[in-house]
Design a binder for this molecule. Structure first.
Ligand code: ATP
Ligand code: MG
Length: 593
């Protein structure tokens, strides 16, 4: 088998693979009849059942031959569109010197997802979760003159992130394949142009892959920088929530979506506040039930850590929300003085500071900084914890009972909220993040000293952009969108084979064997990727496997049909069958491709 020349153990394969045809008797089909119990989502189940992947350790997978063919299809489309956008391919190491990460400051910051190791000489290394450090080290060495800019370099490479909860198969693996690109510029205007080109290239890639996707405004995460979009595939199995307006183009990750202040005014305070017993209540809902109130009338009070003090303890900051709403941790982390990513205070820190347990906290008499959400700001005569374990106050009011507080956007938006651009109403959907584009600015060029000489002979920090696609995750996302109860229904651009030939009892019938072999050879000669199922299995087993694997076009050759001069064609997408005469089938199926 002359597969493409693979020049590295990592995922850098050449994409013009020569071996288009295959017979199941000489192939590793590896399909499973039963549903694997470990798979919680459809794509994971079908990837295991169709013989695309096998887990070898938690979050670490082998790509079996059928999966590998799909991977190569995806990589080919990515390469074509990136090359078209002017990006240039290179290949960086998976194992990276820790020193580079110390220079950028991320060795400390990245946390336990970064896998750190030592070689025999005790030199420190990391397994690359991303490649900003390595590319910046190359750029500062190789790019000397502004005339070399802009330049956009990409690779398709293995990444390792020691995810706390690897799950859903390759959707959230620990080892996965990413296409990552990095662009370098003399100024921000040039970065903006490449960012737009990459955004457009991503739109073409995901369109060609047959995905129903949305680009959304996104947070920058640990990479830092100024502006970012994620490409989200709409699917219920998605771990992200995306929001979009029904009247405008506004679309954002919920992490980013602004919740506007309610349009109504706060009601006037009524009677003075008083204490009520709420023993055994730990949640807002429990307290609301005990007090005979709706959760909307109860304040949710959370305590997070602020800056670390000299004695090693933290400032504690109270965040207050309307009881039926959710804290948005990304927004909270961006507020000056709050740790980012946010850290909740421990029970003992809370007890030492307030004298109460977490279920009984509230702003009345709280000694630290209090930040309240815009909707909580409109609450009046509300209930909140009394900072006295087992008790709540009722009829509390801002200003009168809590004189010092700041107001901020702290909550997640909800279905039906007004769109922050002032046009229409927000709707929520689940999304799978398959790609993200970032404007990094000078974050890495500054910390790592990647400069070029400007016209005045002075060094200028290069502007940078970075652009990722989860190559392996894309495949799971495609299956989430394209399947039925029989198996995968590949978009044509991703299918591991275009055509399957199912031969009925070829060992018993010379006519079937000859007709199948002939068609197999003819399809190959036309450059069609064809899988010839010559296993001599029961027909039902072979059909089920071809449907499970999701081959778009299936041709069945049996004695009965041949006697009438025909074979059967079946479309995986529509399920429609057609009898086609033996001498027309080649043209018939080629016309479908
Ligand atoms: P997530 O928020 O899902 O953890 P991320 O934002 O940290 O992802 P990026 O750093 O933006 O990921 O990486 C670029 C792309 O790599 C993502 O858009 C995603 O498609 C893919 N990716 C990231 N983490 C994983 C993972 N653990 N398994 C598979 N693919 C991943
Ligand atoms: Mg991302």
């Amino acid at each position: 088998m002359i597969l493409s020349c693979r020049f590295f153990t990592n995922a850098a394969f050449l994409y013009d693979f020569k071996e288009q045809k295959m017979r199941t008797s000489k192939y590793l089909l590896s399909t499973l009849k039963e549903n694997p119990v470990e798979a919680a989502v459809v794509s994971h189940r079908l990837m295991l059942r169709a013989g695309l992947i096998r887990q070898i350790a938690s979050g670490i997978y082998v790509w079996l031959p059928t999966g590998m063919r799909v991977l190569q299809k995806v990589e080919k489309i990515i390469r074509e569109e990136l090359n078209r956008a002017g990006a240039i391919e290179l290949f960086m190491p998976f194992v990276q010197p820790a020193d580079l990460w110390k220079e950028s400051g991320r060795y400390e910051k990245y946390g336990p997802e970064l896998c750190r190791l030592k070689d025999r000489k005790k030199n420190e290394f990391v397994l690359g979760p991303t490649h900003e450090e390595v590319i910046t080290a190359i750029a500062r060495r190789e790019i000397k003159s502004a005339r070399q800019l802009p330049i956009n370099l990409y690779q398709i490479q293995t990444k390792f992130r020691d995810e706390i909860r690897p799950r859903f198969g390759v959707m959230r693996g620990r080892e996965f394949i990413m296409k990552d690109a990095y662009s370098f510029h003399i100024d921000h205007a040039s970065l903006e142009k490449t960012y737009k080109d990459m955004y457009d290239a991503y739109s073409r890639i995901f369109t060609r892959l047959g995905l129903d996707f949305r680009p959304v405004e996104a947070d920058n995460g640990s990479i830092g920088g100024s502006s970012s979009h994620e490409f989200q595939v709409l699917a219920d199995a998605g771990e992200d929530t995306i929001v979009f307006s029904d009247k405008s183009d506004y679309a954002a990750n919920i992490e980013m979506a602004e919740a506007l202040a309610p349009a109504y005014d706060r009601k006037a305070p009524a009677e003075a506040y008083s204490e009520k017993e709420t023993k055994g209540c730990h949640t807002v809902d429990e307290a609301a039930a005990a007090l005979g109130l709706d959760a909307k009338q109860v304040l949710k009070s959370l305590i997070v850590r602020g800056e670390k003090k000299e004695d090693g303890t933290y400032d504690l900051i109270m965040l207050c929300l309307c009881g039926n709403q959710e804290l948005n941790e990304v927004k909270a982390g961006k507020i000056a003085g709050i740790l980012d990513p946010i850290e909740f205070a421990t029970e003992s820190e809370i007890a030492a500071f307030t004298g109460a347990t977490p279920g009984s906290l509230g702003p009345v008499g709280f000694k630290g900084r209090i930040i309240i959400d815009r909707t909580a700001d409109k609450m009046a005569n509300f209930a909140c914890g009394a900072n006295h374990t087992g008790y709540h106050f009722i009829n509390v009011n801002w200003d009168r009972d809590v004189p010092n507080y700041e107001v901020a956007d702290l909550r997640n938006v909800e279905e039906g909220d007004p769109s922050p651009d002032g046009q229409g109403t927000l709707h929520l959907r689940k999304g799978i993040e398959v790609g993200q584009v970032f404007m990094l600015g000078t974050k890495y060029s500054e910390s790592m000293g990647a400069t070029v000489l400007g016209e005045d002979g002075k060094p200028i920090n290069m502007q940078m952009g970075c652009y990722g696609i989860g190559v392996t995750r894309v495949i799971a996302a495609a299956i989430e969108q394209h399947h039925d109860d029989k198996g995968i229904i590949w978009p044509d651009s991703m299918a591991p084979f275009q055509v399957a030939i199912v031969a009925i009892k070829p060992n018993k019938s010379q006519a079937v064997r000859e007709a199948a072999e002939k068609l197999y050879a003819e399809l190959e000669a036309k450059g069609v990727e064809v899988l010839y199922d010559d296993r001599d299995e029961r027909p039902g087993v072979m059909f089920a496997d071809m449907e499970l694997i999701g081959i778009p076009h299936v041709i069945t050759i049996g004695d009965r049909g041949l006697a009438a001069g025909s074979v059967e064609y079946k479309s995986r997408k529509t399920g429609q069958k057609e009898e086609v005469s033996v001498d027309k089938i080649l043209d018939f199926v080629c016309a479908k491709l």
